[in-house]
Design a protein. Structure first.
Length: 381
């Protein structure tokens, strides 16, 4: 269970961050063995209305695990297979060319050694993703609106056009060679639309949200009174409640487009912690949350050198592999959102926790995120 005295620190620490102006507000939920604690502090915007338990947050990259779960339901139904080529469904990505040098010219390429598979998309080993900022490939990706960056739904073209533009570019690396963040999840969203013959929000609604009673999760909302203001790391406004997420975007991003609430995300985390709930089998959840990266791939990959020393990547989720901090348990899985959100589940401690704030920052360098997880784990008894 939790120590009540120590759990009070979670409220105190989050309140301190609000009072200092580091964040406008925070909604937190911690749950262990049937004991659930929800706390709401601060406002929906600086000088805005009070934050609510059902306030809507842009969860950005926390969209990725949800899209992955929907894809894995199709694997369990034998509609998709992990290692089959995707050329028939995604012909834009067939017969790939691969750069000889990621920093080199776009026409200096070799043939891909094999096709892209579903496993490649789920593990971010398709050969395309977050790239060196100064490379010609990154410049070409930005030109075509297929580069990795903060979620901006209105700036993306419709799915077929987005994939066509992506298909114009060579891969940065051979399929399966290394982990490159993000793009695999957006391609996965397009794949789900084509395989299921319906928009991604309908696919996720039928395969995930409806089964887990996630009533408030979606790619846009008309209920803007509940939508928080999103801020950049420098406190500049990134998106207003009446902004990009207030209307249906042309591209539903499987990598970063969803809005959600603390209760919906807790339902998702609990389903995976409990072995899949009404969505996946226990064995599939075990596979999804097992580190899929080889030591060789980890040595070449990550957001910074040494990033994978204490973690790995499963199917759409991060996985902790080594205890080097109070809030890291081997086997723990989950993911964060760059706009100020975080959720993880810990099978050993039978614990899940969710943090929702509205100020962007890289999670590993965000004191609010770090302090949240420290206070969650110091309260465990």
């Amino acid at each position: 269970m939790f120590s009540k005295t120590r759990l009070a620190r979670l409220h105190d620490v989050m309140s301190r961050h609000v009072e200092s102006g580091a964040i406008p507000g925070a909604v937190t939920m911690v749950s262990r063995r049937g004991e659930v604690h929800v706390d709401v502090v601060g406002a929906q915007a600086y000088d805005g209305a009070p934050l609510r338990r059902d306030s809507l947050f842009r969860i950005s990259s926390m969209t990725k695990p949800i899209t992955a779960v929907a894809a894995l339901t199709l694997v369990e139904e034998c509609v998709l297979r992990l290692d089959d080529p995707l050329d028939d469904v995604l012909p834009e990505l067939a017969d790939r060319r691969v750069l000889r040098d990621v920093a080199g010219p776009l026409d200096d390429t070799v043939p891909a050694r094999r096709p892209i598979t579903l496993r490649d998309l789920l593990t971010f080993r398709m050969g395309f993703g977050m790239l060196p900022e100064s490379s010609p490939l990154q410049a070409a990706a930005m030109e075509r609106s297929v580069a990795v960056g903060p979620p901006n739904p209105a700036e993306y073209p419709a799915p077929d056009e987005w994939l066509r533009r992506l298909g114009e570019l060579p891969l940065a690396y051979q399929p399966g060679e290394r982990w490159l963040y993000h793009t695999g999840a957006d391609v996965l969203g397009v794949l789900l639309e084509r395989v299921c013959g319906k928009p991604l929000d309908d696919v996720l609604g039928e395969r995930v949200f409806g089964r887990l009673d996630m009533r408030d999760t979606g790619f846009y909302t008309s209920d803007v009174d509940r939508l928080v203001t999103a801020y950049g790391p420098d406190d500049s406004v990134f998106d207003e409640p009446s902004g990009q997420w207030s209307k249906r975007p042309p591209f539903l991003s499987g990598g970063g487009g969803l809005l959600s609430t603390v209760d919906d995300l807790s339902a998702f985390a609990h389903a995976l912690l409990g072995g899949g709930g009404e969505v996946l089998s226990r064995r599939m959840v075990e596979l999804m949350t097992t580190d899929q990266l080889t030591p060789e791939q980890k040595a070449l990959s990550g957001f910074f050198p040494g990033y994978f020393d204490n973690r790995g990547w499963g199917f759409g989720v991060g996985v902790v592999t080594r205890r080097d901090g109070i809030a890291r348990t081997p086997g723990q899985f989950g993911w964060d959102g760059g706009l100020g959100t975080s959720w993880w589940a810990d099978p050993k401690e039978e614990l899940t926790a969710v943090l929702l704030t509205q100020r962007a920052g890289f999670p590993d360098q965000n004191p609010v995120v770090s302090d949240f997880w420290t206070t969650v784990y110091q309260a465990v008894v």
